[in-house]
Ligand binder design. Structure first.
Ligand code: TRP
Length: 452
């Protein structure tokens, strides 16, 4: 079973070394694992909450996309997209807003911090606080729930948001009596170093102590490194590696042997200037080839645009059918289609969808699902064990359309359970035929669930 890992990057800044070591590098490494299905996106709707500077948001989107691609993100493997290209996200945000308790949002850390700041300044509690900031956790829950993410790698400050996403997902599931949403878990990477910045505090844009990853080229990288604060020990005096930001940053890039050698050099009294040069050279060895790709990408925004649009298409292949199902359970279905209640009340003797099991040429066990009218709807994947095929049939009987995760493909669709494609439809000649088949499949799943 694949684990769907999803994370968003708010597009208000320019990536620095701390972002690279703490987020970009580990996320890309994780995305290469065979059991991981990674979704990374530019959270540009979230950026609007923090900034009304259009030029800055535009630039940040481009720089962040180029940085992740330059650092090795493979858009064929990862679903890499922009939040604002997925209309299903704001749609789901509204559905979740309608079940979110205002009290829960009052308790959100970011909102509470803003209220406390107003109180300390003797201002009205909500002075200058936008409803966007207030709703921030609901938008984030929609980001996550729209794609049934299992794990969400985030910093500690975001744990509460993941809890709220779970809470909203659970509430929706409970209200509508079905497991519509996978409940996500926060993934806190304990072993990932938080990198110290120029002044020794955590490297962060808000402390203005960052070292740029690509911006400004090798020259600015070197200049920033030369500004890292050190103690006043002179060349020849032993330096303490464990209290040195320089050493911590070095270790985040170097292997064990190199790190041990650098430790010895510090203990042996290497001058700070020389140590900084060594740090610069170590980082530059990793960064230089990525920077070359970064610059090529920055010079070709059309290529990045095309990559992100393809990503949005992949993402929407999941979100579109999901939201269609949610609209239905909420009472927003088209008036021309039969309501769920009528399907449920169908008399027993009415013909129903049926399964037909068979063995394929390789002796493996599969089955098809046919509609009540005898149309083929689904073909299961092959199983070596007939019990496994039987177990899947059983799950499909009680699944119901709303809980079905369907991936639209060019000509057909596949049905996923636990992140794995378990069955597929025939190929259809065009989109209209596919959409009709989708409606039929959904009706059949609902009819089976009503009988289960
Ligand atoms: N709020 C996150 C941050 O500031 C960014 C974000 C937006 C996000 N939507 C998300 C992270 C969904 C994980 C999942 O870091």
């Amino acid at each position: 079973m694949n684990t769907r890992v999803l994370t968003g990057i708010t597009t208000t800044g320019t990536p620095h070394l701390g972002n690279y070591v703490g987020a970009i590098r580990p996320a890309i490494e994780a995305s290469r694992r065979d059991d991981v299905d990674a979704f990374f996106f530019l959270a540009d709707y979230h950026a609007l909450i923090k900034s009304d500077d259009a030029a800055r948001i535009e630039r940040s989107r481009l720089e962040i996309a180029a940085s992740w691609l330059a650092a090795g993100l493979d858009p064929q493997r990862v679903t890499f997209y922009r939040q604002s290209d997925i209309p299903e996200i704001p749609e789901l945000t509204w559905f979740l807003t309608c079940i979110a308790s205002k009290g829960m949002l009052n308790r959100a850390h970011a909102y509470k911090a803003a209220v406390d700041k107003n109180a300390a300044a003797g201002e009205d509690a909500d002075a200058g606080i936008s409803a966007g900031l207030y709703m921030y956790p609901v938008l984030m829950a929609a980001d996550i729930l729209a794609f049934d993410a299992n794990q969400v790698p985030v910093g500690r400050d975001q744990i509460q948001h993941i809890e709220m996403a779970r809470d909203l997902g659970q509430r929706f599931n409970h209200l509508h009596g079905h497991e519509f949403f996978v409940l996500p878990e926060a993934l806190i990477e304990e072993q990932v170093a938080t990198l110290p910045g120029l002044d020794g505090r955590k490297m962060s844009k808000s402390y203005d102590n960052t070292i740029p990853l690509f911006a400004g080229g090798a020259k600015q990288l070197r200049e920033a490194i030369m500004r890292i604060v050190t103690d006043s020990r002179a060349p020849g005096e032993p330096k303490d590696p464990d209290s040195s930001a320089l050493f911590t940053i070095f270790r985040a890039f170097a292997g064990e042997a190199e790190t041990a050698a650098f430790r010895q050099a510090l203990l042996g009294g290497i001058g700070w200037g020389e140590a900084k040069q060594a740090l610069y050279e170590r980082i530059e060895a990793d960064v230089a080839p990525m920077r070359e790709r970064y610059e090529a990408l920055m010079a070709d925004p059309a290529a990045i645009e095309a990559t992100l649009r393809q990503g949005a298409q992949k993402a929407r292949a999941i979100a579109t059918p999901k939201l269609a199902a949610l609209r239905e359970v909420l009472g927003l279905r088209a008036m021309t289609t039969a309501p769920v209640a009528r399907a449920k009340a169908a008399p027993k003797h009415e013909r129903s969808p049926r399964f037909a099991s068979f063995r394929d040429d390789d002796g493996r066990f599969r089955f098809r699902l046919f509609s009540a009218d005898g149309e083929e709807l689904l073909l299961s994947r092959p199983f070596a064990d007939p019990k496994a095929a039987g177990a899947l049939q059983k799950r499909l009987r009680s699944l119901g359309a709303a809980a079905a995760v369907l991936q639209l493909q060019a000509q057909g669709m596949s049905l996923e359970l636990d992140g794995e494609a378990v069955a597929s439809t025939p190929d259809y000649r065009d989109e209209q035929a596919r959409d009709e088949a989708l409606a039929q499949l959904r009706a059949a799943l609902d009819q089976l669930a009503a009988q289960a």
